[in-house]
Structure formats: C-alpha cells, structure tokens
Ligand binder design. Sequence first.
Ligand code: GUN
Length: 293
Amino acid sequence: MAIIDGKALAEIIKLEIREEVLRLKEAKQNIPHLAAVLIGNNPASESYVKSKVRSCEHVGYESTLIRKDDSITEEELLDIVKDLNEEEDIDGFIVQLPLPDHIDDSKITLAIDPKKDVDGFHPVNFGRMAQGLPCYLPATPFGIMTMLERHKIETEGKHCLVLGRSNIVGSPMSILLSRKAYPGNCTVTLAHSRTKDLTAETLRADIIIAAIGIPNFVSGDMVKEGVVVIDVGINRVEDSSKRRGYRLVGDVDYDSVMPKASFITPVPGGVGPMTVTSLLLNTLRASKKEIYT
Ligand code: GUN
C-alpha cells in the first residue's frame, strides 16, 4: 500500500514552476500574472484565495487581489470581469465562488474570456476538454490526473468509479479517465445520489474517485483488495478535542479502506494541495499562450 502524498508532490511541482519562472526572468520573458477576485468575507473563500496568492508569490509570479464588499452589484462585478479580460498585463484570473446570492455565478463565469479562464470553468474550456482539445482543466481534476501520472498508476482497461457528478469534479473526471490517453483508457462508471446498489459498483472498481461530500462514506467493506482510492472530500466533523472544534475528513473512511488499497490519498494532505498547483500550471500556460494564441 502506498500513500499518495499530495502535499509533497505539490511542493515538488511548485519548485519546478519556480525554476521555470527563473528561466523566464533570465530570458526577459513575460512573468505569469494571476488576478483573483474575492467578494465578501466567507472564511473558507478567504483562506483559499490567500493560499492562491501566497503560492503565486512563492513561485515568483505576479499576483493581484481584488477585494470587494458583498454589497457589490452584479453589474459592477461584470465590469471588473470585463476590465480583467481586457487588461493585457494579466494572463489569467479567477472569481472565487460561491458569490453572494444576488449574483448569478454562471453569468459571471460566462463573462470570463476563455483565454483567461485559468479555473477552467467556462463552457468553452469544458467543451474543449470533452473533445480532447487543448484547454485549461479545472483545478481538482487536473491535480488528480497529475497524481496518477506522477505515481505511474496504471489506468488502461481499469474499471474506474467516479462518485459524484458535479461540473467541476465528477463530470470532468469521468470524461478525462475515459479518453484515449494516459492517464485514461478506463471503463468509467459515474455514480450519484440516484445510483442503485452503489456497493456493487464500489466492489467492482479498480479505481475510485470519491467526490460526493459525505464524510467517511466509502468504507473498507465496500472496496476490493488493491483498489486505488482518490479522496476529493473535505468535510468538517465536530471534534471537541481540537482547538478549533472540528477536524477534516474525506469522503472515504481512511482507517478501514487504507489496509485494502494499493494507493490512497489522505485528507488533509492529498488532493487539496494539488489544486493550487493546477491553478499555477494553468496560469503558466496562459502566460506562454500555449493553449490560446
Ligand atoms: N470555490 C471553491 N473552489 C473554487 C475554485 O477552484 N475556483 C473558484 N473560482 N472558486 C472556488
């Protein structure tokens, strides 16, 4: 059994990016510049955005943080997006979700120029991904594909079960793992809340990608020996022994699944740290105009 240490892998990739930025600086080429738009005071969003900006600084990118009160109107936010689309100095940007209730998330996502959509949320990038064309991959699927690749995990011909059908994790993962490439060439099943006899599906799976948002949902008796388990869940469960009053657990019951798995990602320290690296890699591609000219 091997634990896939996402934190360590993310550090290795950040070092590689840093070296690339140094090369770009020496060659007097464009230094990647990411902008992040943060609306309101959602503590989780604040912490994610801070970590994204800190990571940019760490690898030598330029970064711009635009913070606005949650009283901002949809029109005002659309104006900010328009400015960022046009600002030549900015290679890519993200608008942190969720947005306040009076703003339509999808309207904002659609307003972002796909060339600068380093979150990979715009339907143009999703469509390009689905057709195997160059695109920005959304952060979590990109991070998972990188983990599978760097750990040389066999995927061809394997039964892969994706738990959860969200637009940003489950659905893209099912497409990526079924495409004719490595990692990929899997026979994919996409399971969700209406799936009947889920245990029959988990027991058949060689690879499980768990992204359903239910703490400890997948247990040891639901998986077969040698399974590869990628746990995307980040759930807070009450824990009075912790100073902050909670601890983080995944969608997988780590203690019972780990002894049966050939590879498993922990929570925290698995998929989570890889998502920021994906954003950095997309921003690098944007600055080099690798995907769109
Ligand atoms: N909210 C939670 N995850 C993400 C993400 O990856 N990008 C953006 N923009 N918002 C998020």
